[in-house]
Unconditional design. Structure first.
Length: 290
């Protein structure tokens, strides 16, 4: 019989551990992701301990009574093969068991295991990597007549949350307020008069920078945002973008900017699959929180 974990919510002094372990797994989390992630659901980060040693982690974050998301599902390498993964997984599922919809971005090879827990495949997400120098050489940056770029900070929090809600399974005003104000990030919005048409955020990561979210009504808006967001970066710094594989326009745009796909994940949902306008999602927010 596999030893039973002592499972409890991560204390404050261990909250940085999921981000460190994720970096060691090659997932490259944002440098300042801890605060916005943990403020969504302070009880959503769960640890499995053996003799007070943290050996397994998972995040099972409740945005509200409608939606949750699973991420940071990691067992420390030296403790793998002992059944700890299933124990910490069950703890995460238990934390979200009453929600009508739970999402995750999983490793493709684990899809069958997620399916056994009631998750249904929705689509793949692709991670693209590029360099600002390449992007600047390939993007035209021209918006349609009447459209313009402005700093995201000039948009009221409620207006941003209302626009964002069209492209995410639930309203996430609290998360966005912190996400769009973290250190070493930049946010821009495309407007037509008083109407928000698109927005994107780029943030510093352990390696390079990630753009996410990037929601736009047209490829031209998305291209203009990517170009502007990368305009002040080091020419050779890696930049990452995570579009859904089913958004062919987003995939085509990333390729046209000289970006290359480096891996894929499986977006899966337990419960009702959200009806999202995938054709307008050019970059998801994160693999860890949806």
């Amino acid at each position: 019989m596999n030893p039973k974990l002592q499972i409890r919510h991560l204390p404050h002094e261990h909250l940085a551990t999921p981000f460190t372990w994720a970096h060691e797994e090659g997932w490259n989390p944002g440098t300042h992701d801890l605060i916005p992630f943990t403020q969504v659901d302070p009880m959503g980060f769960i640890g499995g301990y053996m003799n007070d040693e943290l050996v397994a982690i998972i995040s099972a974050v409740r945005y509200n009574q409608h939606f949750g998301f699973i991420g940071f599902y990691i067992v420390a390498p030296k403790h793998r093969g002992n059944g700890y993964g299933m124990q910490i997984w069950n703890a995460g599922i238990e934390h979200l068991k009453d929600l009508p919809c739970v999402g995750l971005d999983g490793v493709l090879l684990q899809m069958d295991n997620y399916h056994k827990s009631g998750f249904t495949f929705a689509h793949k997400n692709c991670r693209f990597e590029g360099k600002p120098q390449q992007i600047q050489a390939n993007a035209d940056g021209k918006l349609d007549l009447g459209e313009s770029l402005k700093p995201l900070a000039e948009v009221a929090d409620e207006r941003l949350a209302s626009f964002d809600e069209r492209y995410f399974p639930t309203r996430r005003a609290t998360f966005l307020k912190t996400w769009s104000n973290q250190d070493n990030q930049r946010g821009l919005v495309v407007v037509r008069g008083d109407e928000i048409c698109a927005y994107g955020i780029i943030r510093e990561c352990r390696l390079g920078y990630k753009i996410g979210p990037l929601f736009a009504q047209t490829p031209t808006q998305a291209s203009s945002l990517i170009l502007a967001l990368c305009s002040n970066l080091e020419p050779q710094a890696p930049v990452y973008l995570d579009p859904p594989a089913t958004n062919i326009m987003a995939i085509t745009l990333a390729q046209s900017l000289g970006m290359r796909m480096i891996f894929e994940t499986a977006r899966m949902y337990k419960g009702a699959t959200p009806n999202l306008p995938i054709e307008h999602i050019y970059g998801i927010t994160s693999f860890e929180l949806g």
